[in-house]
Design a protein around this ligand. Structure first.
Ligand code: WTA
Length: 656
């Protein structure tokens, strides 16, 4: 965040009470009720979670132990048998919800589909049988590389049904990035589509899968299941590739949900960290199911009459927890949209809200800032009166964007739920409960009941009110990540060792800086590590650096974030070249393209600056702080005397 944003947040004093009418019918209706839940959970977290797990979910067999905590490894509801697909589907079929819309889908070209719970259940069962026929067994990993179509949700639920952990790879990732993830997860099968529609173009997804698998690139993959979406010409490898619709037509719709151990792996989701290699965040079944379910119910206040729309992609954790699993576990109606605002249709989001009478709308600050730029005439030309609640996620929201969202989209009547959480946390950690907690623009407000959040120094001591520090969580929670897939050591190092445990007290280190104000409200300031948030997407600087140095022209690369009005941050790369290459615009373009090829368009550098050398300490470490200052055109902050070669900075500045 820039200095000016931090200052405006520090001075933010506005307070918005829950609207009386809203609070009356909300799930959690008052501050007293929130406080009571919070206190009860803090006093006895295990009893609190056990009670909810029994009340909210179906278990084939109850658990023996609520929590087995051998830091940093947690097991929840040990011995319990459960199936997430059962909780999302089967249990609703014996109720009036059987014929309720589970998914409403709007495709980018305007095609639409609604699936009731009964219909969704049938298709999930069929695809689960297709997976079994193709040799997928309980415990086998399945890669999912899909556009935003109902089949993406069906694929996930089918995996959950037979106990095959999925790893969904965002469709915007390149073939190389896909291959890395399939290899790390040792996926046995990949589910994809011929292509997807994205901003008036088609994305060749199947082609990317072919590239990822070429020359035995991911040797574990035996079969590829392909949904027909764009009808573009694709290659179908005999014996390996199968059409979804052909297989589905032959499959039985009878497929009982496999009773899974509560701690059986549910999915792996790759996310960026501080080292080059993305890490596979592992989530397990029972605890994740409970937490996605209850956070959606209480924080986004989902009710049976709501049409709920989360604009994320299923390739991210937000799509997992709050498009698919959370909503369906609650028996809610979840809207999926394939499109995105684009020059040919800048008002498409508001058309969707009007067309379906959306009641709850959940999006990201980067999208809100883009809407502001596009102009208020677009939302104002539509009827948005169905909206009753708004949500945001992904990065700190600046108070200006918050106010615009509140007034222009919410008509001043809808509470705004600013949810702080991470791929690793599985669900909302700090968030208003909108009928109970008054909101302040830019603050995610208070911890969810059962979450012991704190702001501490590097020794683990709580800092004083309004002093900056590190955001930590001090008690395990049901949907916490269990490990980094195949790398327990990395899990320990990344999250549990920054702050050494004290007398049996462990600190989950989120990687975010924060402060807590005098009212106990949390203000998340953003990442304190080498992770960027670009248009709401999480990217590791090292990941992009590795991509750059894999190009023959590049000797050394350093990537930092530069403030961007819409994206929040943009990728800024400093590059030194190998001897025989000369800096020029074609090479810049080629390097940007190279990053797109290695990672995907989401990581494309906004700017590349060539340099003779990078600023380094005497021990050879790149001084990123200076590069960040240079990228933003700011004065250098800090002491340059530790630098090995002082003239480097001058040259870098001249290169601007
Ligand atoms: C940031 C997305 C401020 C934060 C669900 C976190 C936020 C990272 C907020 C996780 C918020 C997410 N306010 N910052 N409401 N929500 N973040 O794993 O830096 O893609 O660590 O999960 O996004 O990103 P991830």
């Amino acid at each position: 965040m820039s200095q000016s944003t931090i200052e405006s947040i520090l001075q933010e004093k506005r307070l918005f009470d829950p609207p009386t009418e809203f609070a009356k019918s909300a799930r959690i209706k008052s501050m007293a009720e929130y406080q009571q839940l919070y206190d009860r959970a803090a006093a006895d977290p295990q009893a609190f979670w056990a009670e909810l797990a029994a009340q909210e979910l179906h278990w084939f067999k109850p658990w023996d132990t609520v929590l087995d905590w051998r830091p940093p490894f947690a097991k929840w509801f040990v011995g319990g048998k459960i199936n997430l697909s059962y909780n999302c589907l089967d249990r609703h079929l014996t109720t009036w919800r059987r014929n309720k819309a589970a998914l409403i889908w709007e495709g980018e070209p305007g095609d639409t589909r609604t699936l009731t719970y009964a219909q969704l259940h049938r298709e999930v069962c069929q695809i689960a049988n297709v997976l079994k026929d193709l040799g997928v067994k309980k415990g086998d990993r399945v890669g999912i590389y899909m556009p935003m179509i109902p089949e993406a949700a069906i694929a996930m639920l089918a995996c959950a049904r037979i106990g095959a952990p999925h790893t969904v790879v965002f469709g915007g990732f390149s073939a190389e990035a896909l291959r890395d993830r399939l290899v790390d997860a040792q996926a046995k099968l990949v589910i994809t589509a011929d292509g997807g529609f994205r901003k008036d173009k088609t994305v060749p997804l199947k082609e990317a899968v072919d590239q990822a698998l070429v020359n035995n690139g991911a040797p574990s993959v035996e079969n590829v299941l392909v949904v027909e979406r764009t009808r573009q010409t694709i290659h179908m490898e005999p014996g390996r590739d199968h059409w979804w619709h052909a297989r589905q037509a032959e499959a039985s719709a009878d497929c009982p949900a496999e009773p899974m151990d509560s701690e059986d792996m549910l999915f792996i989701l790759y996310t960026s960290g501080t080292t080059g290699k993305p890490k596979g965040v592992v989530h397990t079944t029972g605890g994740y199911n409970l937490y996605a379910h209850i956070t959606l119910k209480w924080a986004l206040d989902i009710q049976d009459t709501d049409v709920y729309w989360c604009t994320a992609d299923v390739g991210w954790i937000t799509g997992h927890s709050y498009i698919v699993y959370g909503p369906l576990s609650n028996g809610a109606t979840s809207l999926m949209y394939e499109g995105a605002p684009r020059p040919s249709n800048p008002g498409c989001f508001w058309d969707v809200v009007e067309k379906y009478g959306v009641n709850i709308f959940y999006t990201a600050p980067t999208a809100i800032r883009a809407f502001i730029k596009m102009g208020e005439h677009l939302p104002k030309a539509r009827d948005l009166s169905s909206l009753r609640l708004l949500g945001t996620v992904g990065e700190p929201i600046n108070p200006e964007a918050w106010m615009w969202y509140h007034e222009v989209i919410g008509g001043g009547r809808c509470p705004i739920v600013d949810t702080w959480w991470q791929t690793e946390t599985g669900g909302f950690m700090i968030t208003p409960l909108p009928g109970a907690i008054a909101t302040k623009p830019g603050s995610a407000t208070r911890p969810f009941p059962g979450i012991l959040a704190d702001v501490v120094d590097l020794d683990g001591n709580s800092v004083a009110d309004n002093e900056g520090g590190y955001l930590v969580i001090k008690h395990p929670w049901p949907s916490m990540m269990r490990t980094v897939y195949g790398d327990d050591d990395r899990f320990r190092r990344t999250y549990w060792e920054h702050i050494p445990p004290q007398e049996g007290q462990y600190f989950y280190f989120a990687g975010d800086g924060a402060r807590r104000d005098e009212d106990g409200y949390f203000w998340v300031m953003g990442r304190i590590d080498d992770v960027l948030t670009v248009a709401g997407h999480r990217l590791g600087t090292m990941e992009i650096e590795s991509a750059l140095v894999s190009h023959p022209a590049v000797a050394e690369a350093a990537v930092v974030g530069r403030k961007d009005e819409v994206k929040g941050e943009d990728v800024f790369a400093f590059v030194t070249l190998e001897g025989s290459y000369t800096p020029n615009t074609e090479l810049k373009e080629a390097l940007k393209q190279h990053v797109v090829k290695e990672i995907g368009a989401l990581a494309r550098p906004g700017e590349i600056r060539f340099a003779d050398a990078l600023p380094k300490t005497r021990s050879g470490k790149i001084i990123r702080r200076f590069l960040r200052n240079l990228a933003s055109g700011e004065e250098l902050v800090g002491d340059a005397s530790t630098m090995e070669d002082q003239s480097v900075l001058e040259k870098l500045r001249e290169g601007a």
